[in-house]
Design a protein around this ligand. Structure first.
Ligand code: BT5
Length: 320
């Protein structure tokens, strides 16, 4: 038996259609069509009834597994999609699902995160209107090579913002995404390893998308920006989620090729700058001169070259 709701939704996506025509096409009663329309309206779809054209699906930005997967150009990412109105952190949920054995390609999306996380125990503000998502990967990689996936994710987000909005995103090492020096997106990569083997990598991506700066705390507004501010109009989270998944899949496939690292370096806002990188026990200061194949930042000091594998990077010649 056809699921009338799904069939009606699919038909509405194709274009305006009258109730009687829909009923005929689906082989169900007009009441069944009408009930499906009401159900979809309650779910949040805006469906107008126009005298001549029939039912018309108006613009919407619903984050649902069906909408995200519809026309999604990926083979692996998004094989399973979980959408939530609210969650603590999409990364935490993806990690729980990873431990339970979920397959590669799981995507978790939330409209709001109550406890969005940044790197090194920091907080990530995640108000309504943003794109907050996590992707589960199960790469065949040495754990020590995992950081390269974080760089690849940065490249993927930069490509998405360029492709959809023509914005010139730059990457602050390791992978803050900046527009005009202000942070628009952040990436949190977490891994699970066992016996020297990577079990999973969860790539969490947060993009300040369809909200204004006033939704962020005053202390962040100087250093942050959002797509709504940059583009000057509403942003479709749905289109952005799809694009990010497509670009993530592509960058993930290319992660081990030298071209990706070159592209990362070309997008870098850090290389060539004087930086200070605070790692757990050391502070490294000097000129950022390179990023190596493990994703480490190479810093030139008076006494030679040093590597920073992780840490908080501050650009010293521009305001942080
Ligand atoms: C990051 O950390 O930039 C990684 C952020 C990853 C967020 C995604 S959302 C989906 C997934 N689920 C999660 O729980 N997390 C991931 P870091 O480099 O540590 O930057 C954190 C710092 O950025 C904070 O200390 C603030 O200064 C600043 N910040 C916080 N929220 C921000 C926002 N919405 N926009 C710009 N800057 C922000």
């Amino acid at each position: 038996m056809v699921n009338v709701r799904d069939a009606v939704l699919e038909a509405l996506h194709r274009g305006p259609v009258s109730g009687p025509a829909l009923a005929r096409e689906l082989g169900v009663s007009r009441t069944a069509v009408w009930k499906a329309i009401e159900l979809l309206r309650r779910e949040g779809y805006s469906i107008e009834g126009e005298p001549r054209r029939g039912y018309v699906l108006a613009g919407h930005d619903l984050l649902s597994p069906y909408e995200i997967r519809r026309g999604l150009g990926t083979a692996v990412l998004g094989r399973e999609v979980v959408c939530l109105e609210e969650v603590g952190s999409t990364n935490d949920l993806a990690k729980i699902r990873a431990a339970e054995g979920a397959a590669e390609g799981l995507v978790v999306v939330a409209a709001v995160q109550r406890e969005g996380r940044g790197r090194l125990g920091r907080t990530w503000r995640s108000p309504e209107g943003g794109v907050w998502l996590s992707v589960l990967l199960r790469p065949r990689l040495e754990p020590s090579r995992a950081p390269i996936l974080a760089l690849a994710a940065g490249v993927a987000v930069a490509r998405s913002l360029k492709g959809l909005y023509g914005l010139d995103a730059r990457l602050k090492w390791p992978n803050d995404v900046l527009i005009g020096g202000r942070k628009i997106a952040g990436i949190l990569t977490e891994m699970g390893a066992e016996l020297g083997r990577l079990d999973y990598v969860v790539v969490g991506v947060g993009v300040n998308a369809d909200f204004g700066l006033e939704a962020l705390p005053a202390g962040l507004r100087e250093r942050a920006t959002t797509l709504r501010e940059e583009v000057g109009g509403p942003i479709s989270r749905l289109a952005l989620v799809r694009r990010i998944l497509e670009e993530l899949e592509r960058a993930y496939e290319e992660a081990l090729e030298p071209g990706l690292l070159d592209e990362y370096k070309g997008l870098s806002a850090t290389l060539g700058k004087m930086v200070r990188v605070v790692t757990g026990d050391a502070t490294l200061q000097g000129k950022a001169v390179d990023v190596d194949r493990d994703g480490a930042l190479i810093i030139e000091r008076g006494d030679g070259l040093v590597r920073a594998l992780y840490g908080e990077c501050v650009h010293l010649d521009t305001p942080p």
